[in-house]
Write a protein of this length. Sequence first.
Length: 538
Amino acid sequence: MKKIFNMMMATAIALCTFTACEDVPMPFNNPLDYQEESEDTSIPPEGDGTFENPFNVSGVLQYINGLEPGVESDKDVYVKGVVLSVKEPYSTQYGNATFTMSDDDLGSNSFTFYRGLYFGNKKYSNSDDVNVNEGDKVVICGRVMNYGGSTPETSQGKAFVVTINDKTVHTDTTDAVPKGSGTQADPYNPAGAAAAVKNLTWTSNDTYDTTGDVYVKGKISRIADKGTFTDGGTYGNASFYISEDGTESGEFYCFRILYLGNKKFVSGQTDIKVGDEVIVCGQLMNYRGNTPETVAGKAYLYSLNGTTEGSGGGGGGGDDTVDAKKVTIAEFNAAEESNDVWYQLTGTVKNLKDGDQYGNFDLVDETGSVYVYGLLSEKGGEKKKFQDLVAAKGIKEGSKITIIGTRGSYNGKIEVMNAYFVSIEDGEGGGGSSDIKAITVADFNAAPESNDVWYQLTGKVKNLKDGDQYGNFDLEDSTGSVYVYGLLSEKGGAKKKFQDLVAAQGIANGSTITIIGTRGSYNGKIEVMNAYFVSIEK
């Protein structure tokens, strides 16, 4: 009996062993016969970058792959995603932030929203519902690029948040995009004006950075003060807000704007109201580091509902004649700043650029030198007509002239402002720029800033944008790279005509060209300024 039981047990064990071995695919004997399939977790590209159908992160990465490294897109695109991490929180100083986006909270792909702006009704507010936090679902809009060829991101200051967790924080997705170049022909929109000053510094009411005279166009959304004019009283100015569409979304503050033109300083005649379309001209600043606005008393109402209100600089007098005090340049430089006190100066014209349309130069006498910022043919005359005055009066380098203007300054440099022509004496004439020095880019970058010393540079064109009207690009040789700010076809030539030069000479990325210009800088970045074309290697 015991033998029978043992035999039955042995048979059962043998059967179990055979069955188990039959189910195992024997991975150790032939490892290539068995591979566990892994799940594909990649997220495919979606969207076309429009407001109605934003890119997902995979989609914008695919789009950016089609751009040249370091060159931003030529249009604004919309991107949706989840915030992975906030690298640079919302700043009350600049109103911007940096955060990383992904298609999901697992970090599948990543895209950087780099120092973009918050717009909408709560622009520059630090409220919780505007701030972006980790895990938020967002939609952004702006220009994108592949910085350095390896970092997909938005272009600094050229992108903004549209929605946070499906809540709109910018009420009109087309109006907050910075537009315009700040010129009379192409004014900034309110967002463009804000972007132009967001990186300027402010220390106190007496120490701050400003732009030069620029034009800003918008519709009045709110009026803080219409301003009145009384002798010895207020300044005859107005303070109001403008936006793209006349709503309180994306406003820019026009602070103490001067009334000029035929109705200047006349209360009740040059009237303004909400909804009026205006263009203001003058200097802009970033007040206290977080409020873009015009500089008090240094901007004026250029047009109201399409009608030009004035063409003189900010701070002119109230009539066509003034009591001007005859002074030397040393006495002028020692005087206090004022838009109400007028001075008569006589001196020799120096550092006048050929073809200059504005009338900017140094005036020199035996006591010193001062910069004349825009000489008009008559008091309150039209700007950018200096060449007409040159043709009529023969003004040139070395001419001895008499002018009238007020004592002002810009970035700590004393200037004759609101200046207009009085008379010219027979002078020696002549003059001109010093010898042009042919140097490398490295030597140019190491040179001191000067509008008087001209350099000849040869290098390859880099980072030139298709259709650029200005001629802004990097010039690179074996020693380094430098930014060219606006290449003209000839010395003192017309601006915004670069495409004519492209058509005539075939300039493109990779072209080797020779240019002449002066050594300057903007916001700490070295630039070739006053640049004009010499030749191209075919």
